[in-house]
Design a protein around this ligand. Structure first.
Ligand SMILES: [Zn+2]
Length: 166
């Protein structure tokens, strides 16, 4: 595994985060939670889009110990699209830019792929297409799953083991 570092930043540049090495997964999610989250965050004043043309959200998902905010962390503000949402989406309050999200109890952080510059890993899978409403054709550059798919759980599981064993 290479230890290349990818940097994500908000629109005005005050908040910067870094992901180290290969993410657990580079994937597009269409689930209802991600769609509700996108609707909430994209209407904030001055916000930029977090979704793709077909309303999927592309994330680079990192182990928590491989992703962190390196500048402007105090400007991050958590948003939840509903009281019982299991995700907290972190927004750079300086310019209303959605940066990443935390799934409650998960050992991973999903960062919005659109915020990264440079060569980011290609999409490896599309998940929860059962919630996809777009009329656009489903891209066939990577496997798609109606639910989260076993492959994703396997990646999350093995990344947890790797994290525990250093
Ligand atoms: Zn900003």
């Amino acid at each position: 595994m290479t230890d290349d570092i990818l940097i994500s930043s908000c629109q005005c540049g005050k908040v910067r985060c870094q992901g180290i090495g290969q993410p657990i997964i580079s994937g597009v999610c269409y689930c209802d939670d991600c769609q509700a989250g996108a609707k909430l965050l994209e209407v904030l004043d001055g916000a930029s889009k977090v979704t793709e043309e077909d309303d999927g959200t592309h994330y680079l998902t990192y182990r928590d110990d491989r992703f962190r905010c390196i500048e402007g962390g105090e400007l991050l503000q958590a948003y939840q699209h509903s009281l019982n949402a299991r995700t907290r989406r972190m927004v750079a309050s300086c310019c209303n830019t959605a940066m990443f999200l935390k799934f409650s109890k998960g050992h991973w952080t999903s960062s919005y792929a659109k915020r990264f510059t440079g060569d980011i890993p290609a999409v490896e899978m599309r998940t929860q297409t059962q919630f996809r409403n777009s009329d656009l054709p489903l891209p066939d550059d990577a496997p798609s799953y109606r639910t989260f798919g076993l492959r994703l759980f396997w990646r999350l599981f093995t990344s947890r083991i790797a994290m525990l064993t250093g």
